[in-house]
Unconditional design. Structure first.
Length: 148
């Protein structure tokens, strides 16, 4: 399987407010930037959207290293989602899962992908070049919706 490095990030000006998502992918020497945004959203929704869009961009099964500064997304995928599903998309406190629509999309993409994925947390705004690039792309997504 091909090995792909993916950095994702979300940004929001106000929470809720205009938001953007950014994805930086690297496959060997090939690099690709993706970004977009929404006029009214939250930071967590943009963090989730970035991962969803990265998964959609991968057209065949790969070994993927995802890097993100969102513990909400990383822990949601690696620790919480299986319990949410078992409880009918409810938290341990029996509350509805926030952003359930996006978690369900991500779950479907992951189950159909055939990818072998490792999920990594990186400290945001700490100089990691991939994270800084994903952050810049997310902010470009914000600018895109603010000027349209």
């Amino acid at each position: 399987m091909s090995r792909v490095i993916v950095y994702t990030d979300g940004a929001c000006k106000g929470n809720p407010g205009p938001g953007g998502w950014g994805v930086f992918l690297r496959y060997g020497t090939v690099e690709k930037d993706l970004y977009g945004g929404e006029a009214q959203t939250t930071n967590n929704r943009m963090e989730l959207t970035a991962v969803i869009e990265a998964l959609r961009a991968l057209t065949r099964p790969c070994q993927v290293d995802f890097y993100m500064d969102s513990e909400y997304v990383r822990k949601g995928i690696t620790e919480w989602m299986s319990g949410w599903k078992a409880r009918g998309w409810r938290t341990a406190a029996k509350q509805p899962v926030k952003n359930e629509d996006l978690w369900r999309i991500m779950d479907e993409l992951l189950s159909q992908s055939g990818h072998s994925i490792a999920w990594h947390w990186v400290k945001g705004h700490s100089g990691d070049p991939g994270n800084e690039r994903a952050d810049a792309l997310a902010n470009e997504g914000v600018r895109m919706v603010q000027t349209s």
